[in-house]
Design a protein around this ligand. Structure first.
Ligand SMILES: Nc1ncnc2c1ncn2[C@@H]1O[C@H](COP(=O)(O)OP(=O)(O)O)[C@@H](O)[C@H]1O
Ligand SMILES: [Mg+2]
Length: 373
């Protein structure tokens, strides 16, 4: 079976996508969860830098040890703040994805905002230091992910941060394939936050497919096509949107396969990692976007964050849980414990099922831990 190397903060979804595409995954991530281990032909748990960051030297060393230059490498989350590392990885061999130059343009908030203006794509204004009077803003860290870095603020705390105009509306995300010239929309999902005291916009999960107004879907599709053409974007990528009654706004572009693989890498869609590799080689599929309908069930995937510090004592997590920490793992309050899936006739129902399962699972985990917290 041909091999593929995948690296991300958590690479479980990419490893599963590789299996579905008939590829043996050589996996590099920070968690080394039990199910990632089962999926992987080789699993290397990378050294963590402070705040869940990838250690560039460790990754390069591990790739040199385990992966030869002819094996394609797919990157997931965790590289947006490290375009230089992406360039070094591209220089090593076959990077199936965007090089550092594309990442730099899309993840520099000011370059990105100017690009969107030039392309006529609606987006929030950005400010380097202070919000002008009368503009409500959120502070974000450049190149960060997971939403934990997003806070309401009128001034930035310092270098590496910026302010973005706050837009009222619902969060959605478009999953699409790009070949450097054009795109194919895969599906839209809704996203929600799992706030805690320190991070009101921490990523909570996503459910889909959802339907957008046909006119909005057409506009977003055309906008993403122009963006791909202007930047040379390739492969699976996602665009985060705010949808409001007045219209839509593009708040961020993730130039890599992301969390919504968990929602959409299943029938009726073909193996998405195969489509990613083809798109990186310039080929886009004939694909009708996945839209909700009686034949198409919906799926939700939510992150369960540890409400308190505890030890994982459950030997077996149910099949609707993924990113399963090995028994004995100590989970600190606020850390992601696992991902929980839910299914339903539509996204709302799938999310409801997921939430009930999350509650039941926490109950079981506390029971197994033995102590009352
Ligand atoms: N400009 C904005 N206006 C309103 N809400 C926002 C804005 N930017 C981000 N958010 C909220 O914060 C979440 C995370 O923001 P995002 O920029 O996607 O961060 P990350 O890169 O960590 O995913 C979004 O899904 C949305 O709920
Ligand atoms: Mg986002």
């Amino acid at each position: 079976m041909p091999a593929i190397a995948v690296a991300a903060l958590s690479a479980r979804a990419l490893a599963a996508a590789a299996r579905r595409a008939g590829l043996e995954p050589l996996v590099f991530d920070l968690f080394g969860d039990a199910d990632t281990r089962e999926l992987a032909a080789t699993l290397v748990t990378l050294r963590r830098r402070a705040g869940f960051a990838i250690d560039a030297d460790d990754l390069l060393l591990q790739l040199d040890t385990h992966v030869d230059g002819s094996c394609p490498l797919v990157l997931g989350s965790g590289f947006e703040a490290m375009p230089d590392l992406v360039d070094r990885l591209a220089a090593r061999g076959r990077l199936a994805g965007n090089d550092g130059a594309v990442v730099r343009r899309l993840k520099d908030p000011f370059v990105f905002s100017d690009l969107l203006s030039a392309l006529g794509i609606p987006h929030p204004r950005v400010f380097a230091e202070e919000a002008p009077l009368g503009v409500e803003t959120l502070e974000k860290a450049i190149g960060a992910s997971g939403g934990g870095h997003v806070h309401p603020a009128r001034r930035t705390r310092g270098p590496g941060h910026y302010l973005q105009e706050r837009i009222e509306g619902g969060s959605a995300s478009a999953l699409f394939l790009a070949n450097g010239r054009d795109i194919r929309l895969v599906a839209f999902s809704e996203q929600w936050c799992a706030p805690d005291a320190a991070s009101p916009f921490r990523y909570g999960g996503a459910a889909g497919p959802i339907a957008l107004e046909p006119a909005v879907e057409a506009e977003v599709t055309r906008a993403l096509g122009r963006l791909a053409e202007a930047t040379g974007l390739v492969g699976l990528a996602s665009a985060d949107l705010i949808l409001s009654r007045e219209g839509w706004s593009l708040i961020e572009l993730n130039p890599r396969p992301g969390a919504t693989l968990d929602l959409f890498d299943r029938p009726p869609l073909p193996p998405l990692l195969r489509l990613h590799l083809d798109a990186c080689a310039g080929r886009l599929p004939d694909l009708v976007p996945l839209r909700p309908g009686p034949e198409v069930g919906a799926r939700a995937a939510g992150i369960f964050y540890a409400p308190i510090t505890f030890d994982m004592r459950l030997a077996h997590l149910p099949p609707h849980a993924a990113d399963r920490p090995a028994p004995g793992t100590r989970l600190h309050r606020g850390e992601p414990v696992c991902t929980v899936f839910g299914e339903g006739r539509d996204a709302e129902e799938a999310r409801g099922v997921m939430l009930l399962r999350m509650d039941a699972l926490w109950h079981e985990m506390q029971g197994a831990a033995g102590e009352t917290p």
